[in-house]
Design a protein around this ligand. Structure first.
Ligand SMILES: Nc1ncnc2c1ncn2[C@@H]1O[C@H](COP(=O)(O)OP(=O)(O)O)[C@@H](O)[C@H]1O
Ligand SMILES: [Mg+2]
Length: 323
């Protein structure tokens, strides 16, 4: 899950669980989970007032066709990116090239094992992978030189294919800490629990999640679909210039797929972008991509429009290698 780039949680039977809060200085602060505020318990029924707070990274739903009349800006530029599995040295990415402009929605499709999730994880700086060549520029900065936490604070969000559970940490504490970390980064004052409550309530509605989910430990005991909704809740709370959604549709029934897609579309603005990884055309009906890419053996082998997905659905990936 995205927030793990900022807060990594660990526990062992002999020691109390701790949260590692890594600051942009790359120094880590460790503190026991028991030190987390325990007073934030969200009631089942909400008071009628709402406080509003917005992030610069977020803006109301808008057109996705370029920002403010000017030329859309290049948000992400990946050139000849190669990467290996850190432990084994096995090469997975074999020269990925991809440019994403503000306001665009890109979809990556591709056979199982072609490197889609690896690409997503390499972008956010996952420790399992080592970049061996190429470049990645995000908002004009060398992404590969940034710590994972800083990538996240800079506006890169990854919704993991398999979101992890964090025992002992409530969703509300987790989200509030992450959101306040982002506000600090943006030079905005932190929200206190009441203000945060006012901020998050509309987000819950947006993703169609019940408020009692906030009191539950992060993803613990959540069904597959609930985990995916929770990922989108995190995205809605944090805002992101580039949201990478890795198989956000897997395990969702059609209603959940509709809710999640609606929320993602509502979060689109002329200045942010989405990179979604999917196997299924149905998601592309709900979140319409500007471009579809096919990943094959660790590189993007084909780029096109929705017609690629139509061919795939009819003929499978074989058709991609011959056309
Ligand atoms: N941490 C890892 N350890 C070992 N093998 C890995 C790891 N991450 C990815 N792989 C392998 O790399 C290949 C690409 O995986 P992945 O990027 O998850 O593919 P996709 O998302 O396209 O299905 C697969 O063969 C997978 O088993
Ligand atoms: Mg995958």
């Amino acid at each position: 899950m995205a927030l793990l780039h900022r807060f990594s949680c660990c526990s062992s039977p002999s020691s109390p669980p701790v949260i590692s809060l890594t600051k942009s200085t790359s120094k880590s602060i460790l503190f026991p989970i028991s030190h987390l505020p325990r007073h934030r318990r969200f009631p089942q029924r909400f008071p009628s007032f709402r406080l509003t707070a917005t992030l610069a990274a977020e803006s109301p739903a808008g057109s996705v066709s370029g920002g403010g009349g000017g030329q859309p800006k290049l948000l992400l530029e990946v050139k000849d990116l190669t990467a290996v599995i850190a432990e084994s040295g096995q090469k997975i990415l074999n020269g990925v090239n991809l440019s994403i402009y503000e306001g665009e929605i890109h979809a990556i499709m591709g056979k199982n094992g072609s490197g889609k999730s690896t690409f997503a994880k390499v972008l956010v700086g996952h420790k399992d992978y080592e970049v061996t060549g190429g470049s990645v520029v995000f908002k004009g900065e060398n992404l590969l030189e940034m710590e994972p936490e800083d990538r996240s604070l800079a506006g890169l969000f990854l919704s993991f294919q398999s979101p992890v559970e964090i025992p002992g940490v409530s969703n509300s504490d987790f989200l509030q800490m992450a959101y306040n970390a982002r506000r600090r980064k943006l030079g905005l004052p932190e929200l206190d629990p009441l203000q945060f409550y006012g901020y998050i309530m509309p987000k819950l509605e947006m993703v169609n999640i019940k408020a009692d989910f906030l009191n539950r430990n992060v993803n613990e005991g959540f069904s597959g679909g609930e985990k995916k909704r929770n990922e989108i809740l995190q995205l809605a709370v944090l805002g992101a210039e580039l949201a990478i959604l890795d198989e956000i549709d897997s395990g969702l029934d059609v209603d959940a797929l509709r809710d999640v897609s609606k929320a993602v579309n509502a979060l689109m603005t002329p200045t942010n972008s989405v990179l979604m990884i999917t196997h299924y055309r149905q998601l592309l009906e709900f979140i319409k991509p500007t471009y579809i890419h096919i990943m094959d053996e660790g590189k993007i082998s084909k780029t096109g429009d929705i017609s690629i997905a139509n061919i795939l659905e009819k003929e499978g990936y074989k058709a991609m290698s011959t056309s």
